[in-house]
Design a protein. Sequence first.
Length: 214
Amino acid sequence: MLELGVKTLLAYLLGTLLGSLVLGRLRGVDIRALGSGNAGATNALRTQGKFFGLSVLLVDIGKGVAAVLWLPAWALPGMSVDLDVSRQWLALACGAAVILGHVYPVWFGFRGGKGVATVVGVIGALQPSLLLPMLSSWLLVALLTGYVGLASMLAGVSLVIAVAVRQPENTPLLAFCVAVTLFVIYTHRGNIARMRTGTESRARRLWLFRSRAA
């Protein structure tokens, strides 16, 4: 269990390295004081431009990939591989921890992003084929509604459905995807409240029906 605990902790710490906050400090800005106040790639894009937003996105996706592909297989100095720990469960634990680290980073007052980009990295590392239904759903909802938050939540729902249909016997992965989707919905609770009151911002460059609503 020592390997599980140490690698899960390392995954959490990896998750706390938020692209927007680390890169923002190099630029002399705190993303959480700008725009929506969220420390994610969407707010970084809206307030700092395309290059900065893309850089943040790559960092946040990359750490999700690293936590699942690299960390579980890393031979820690002075620590042997625990044969009693399933490699799948270890990868899922590291995936969950890196997402939690992104949303609740200890170095930044536990105020992070909403975890979507890191979830994409984790899922891409676990099973790349699951990215297709997830990202297709995100794009479709974003184009139809202009709501990035809604697109992110429904992308999670699509992920759960895809696993349930394709791999109903893979209980660990299904349980992980359900938990992650519920967590993403929780992190978007503010977006849900704003959509209900009609004050949620839309991504007008994506929204197909922006001209009709103008």
